[in-house]
Design a protein around this ligand. Structure first.
Ligand code: TA6
Length: 296
């Protein structure tokens, strides 16, 4: 089915779907249910807004973000796949090519309680095989209710093991970085990406006062972002790491799509598989998910 056919068959009294395509030609869809609204781009299956009914957006989107085909959008939830971070071949994009690739809308399913599950997919192609010599299927499944779950489902269609690292690189919308407490990482080790050194987290509540770029080593993280006005609950499955990032002042000033004071109102909490120990056997699939919602 075409995009329009999927959209028109899925609309109902409980589900409104709008096309918000932007001037540069990026296809953008907005889904509205009685419980929440969601905006995503077909490029990168990139969620840019998630607003539970009666609340403000849980996701931060840079006011200086570029919406240009082939360029990653600053904010929302970039899908970093099939590698996290820099590639050894510097000609290849940081955080993989999925976030710059055009996904297809595969399916929209209404669920009980006015929810909806949206499935997008990216298949390997001659273009992707140049960067990543494997046949694959990547599905991104968005489950919208009072919370948002984003799930990456990778299937190895090759005849040899597929090396995978990835992240659901969520930019949370916060009131003020100086007032934030991040709970749930105490006693776990983390690699400080700025110093390259590994430490153990001793704080039950992590606060922020400088550039922070850390890879915490734990599985299936359950985290709480305690903001003065609200508490955001994060639940992850299939992760071996949680990446915590705030660029602070200097790095904010160095990014063209990021306001100099943008660091004050965002915090990245990323469900990730980092390192090189995830090897998907031929025919196998792997799921990584993150659920974001307001504490009830
Ligand atoms: O969030 C971790 C990180 O790897 C940081 O080091 C920073 O580079 C961030 O991702 C953003 O990367 P990007 O390629 O989107 O500018």
């Amino acid at each position: 089915m075409t995009l329009e056919q999927i959209i028109s068959k899925s609309r109902s009294d409980a589900l409104k779907i709008h096309r918000l395509d932007n001037p540069s030609g990026l296809k953008v869809l907005k889904f509205e249910t009685p419980k929440a609204s969601l905006v995503f781009h077909l490029q990168g299956a990139h969620v840019t807004s998630f607003i539970p009914r009666g609340a403000s957006d849980l996701l931060w989107l840079s006011p200086m973000a570029d919406f240009i085909p082939g360029k990653a959008i600053r904010g929302g939830i970039p899908v970093c796949w099939p590698w996290f971070g820099k590639h050894s071949n510097t000609d290849l994009p940081q955080h993989g090519f999925a976030r710059n690739s055009l996904f297809q809308l595969l399916d929209v399913q209404a669920t009980a309680g006015d929810g909806v599950i949206i499935t997008l997919e990216l298949n390997s192609s001659d273009e992707t095989q140049v960067m990543f010599p494997y046949a694959f299927n990547l599905k991104v499944e968005l489950t919208l209710s009072t919370s948002l779950t984003i799930k990456l489902i990778t299937t190895n269609l090759s005849d040899r093991p597929l090396p995978l690292s990835q992240a659901i690189h969520s930019y949370l919308n916060i009131s003020n970085i100086h007032q934030i407490k991040l709970n749930g990482l105490a006693e776990y080790s983390f690699m400080d990406q700025l110093s390259g050194k590994t430490h153990k987290e001793t704080r039950n509540s992590i606060t922020f006062a400088e550039e922070t770029d850390r890879i915490y080593h734990l599985n299936n993280a359950q985290l709480l972002v305690d903001d003065s006005t609200r508490r955001i609950v994060i639940e992850q499955q299939g992760d071996n790491s949680t990446v915590v990032w705030n660029p602070w002042i200097d790095k904010s000033q160095r990014m063209s799509d990021f306001a100099d004071d943008g660091y004050l109102e965002m915090l990245c909490i990323e469900a990730a598989n980092t390192g090189n120990n995830l090897l998907l056997q031929p025919g196998d699939s792997y799921e990584l998910s993150q659920t974001i919602g307001l504490e009830k």
